[in-house]
Ligand binder design. Sequence first.
Ligand code: 6PG
Length: 237
Amino acid sequence: MANMPQNKLNILHYPVQSWVANASAVIQNAIEECLLVNSVCNVMLTGGVTAKKIYQEWAIAKSLPLERIHFFFGDERCISPDDQNSNFFMVMSSLFSGGIIEVGSISRMEGELPDRALAASRYENLLPNHIDVLILGLGLDGHIASLFPGHSALEEELKLVVSVSQVGVMYDRISITPRLISQARKVFLLATGAEKGKVLAKALSPGCSNRDLPVCLTLDGTWLLDNEAYSQLLINK
Ligand code: 6PG
């Protein structure tokens, strides 16, 4: 195993075929634990096809206590919420494909606003004191939410939500910042496949920085990996 950092990193891994069932159950368990001591659970969702599989699993199982969950978004593309490329559209068409009955609340990032900074500050103003369960996907460049390697948003120390423009990245974005991630009670990183495993192996290597690989911001969280991703962490033990 690569040098494990002095963090509280928890790595859970599952066979490819059962990853969705296991990962969705682990996160649901965290939500239910939160609800043992709170009346509502603040859950922040990510975009991406990996997370969509989790949302679809929850929609089929119909076992999430939706009426006691306040849903937020970790990032959004600056497009209409009706655009199928928006994270909001993806969540509504997967997790809430059966309709949004009895949902505690869904707080959408207003990516469609021409003033991106205004959209970011409006979203920050409606956030709760903390996020109980933060779900993040992993990009092959090591990004999480819309925090891309080398972006100045990674240096933001005060704001919880910022607007992001990055050369080579489709769409301007609204994204949470490292500060919000650090304040989240439980952080789950979803990563499947060998290529993402290679990214995570780099994140575990000594001297890796959040600026180089924003996924390093999740080293105090729980990584939910399939065995193809996990196997990359075992190479060069
Ligand atoms: C987005 C997501 C982004 C995503 C990763 C992984 O808006 O695209 O928030 O952070 O989670 O890029 O995406 P995949 O699961 O599709 O690989």
